[in-house]
Design a protein around this ligand. Sequence first.
Ligand code: GLP
Length: 233
Amino acid sequence: MKVIIVKNAAEGGKKAFEIFKKKLDEGATVFGLATGGTPETTYQELCDSDLDFSNCISINLDEYVGLPADNPQSYHYYMKKHLFEKKPFAHSYLPDGQNDDAKVECERYSRIIAENPVDLQLLGIGRNGHIGFNEPGSAFDGRTQKIRLTESTIAANARYFENENDVPKYAYSMGIGEIMQAKTVLLEAYGKDKADAIKKMVEGEPTEEVPASVLQTHDDAIVIVDEDAASLL
Ligand code: GLP
């Protein structure tokens, strides 16, 4: 696991951009994408650049169950706003939060991931070490599934909703086993409230209790953290 420490999220976005550019130059065609506050500077750098993704495919990590694509809190909406409007892909896949047949939706999404091997997977990290929406206890070899969000995740994500009760309780998320199949994994984390999760991810024993710790066993995992997120290392 290669750890790169930067000053702040703005600098982190520039570093992440360089990695996207290098991958694209090397012929990458499938990009795994993430949502949340963390990748915003990366997406801004991509939007401001002349990189062209119009022949590429994107596959997002997750989506809330129950939110339609035009709901401003949905990850469909987030991706459109932060990246796709400026940088369209040939095809962009996200789980369909409106499909209430979880079995069908998860199988459909797993098939998409299997048919489009990811060259570069972007990740954020939850305060409890979750990646995608794979909460502590998720299997390291897991596939796409419907996940019940923990209270800690609901509280952390409530800032995007009018009140905590509006945060959906379930999400569809790519599984950890599927995330691990990406050729390169790039995780970004900024701020003091990620420091504990980063310490456990980088220095702790790999354990399903800290989902991101699985990245210690990945052949090409890159971590970009600011000084605050790295403060316990
Ligand atoms: C959500 C997302 C994750 C993300 C995490 C951290 O739970 N499903 O993919 O990494 O939040 O979000 P933020 O970057 O806003 O701290």
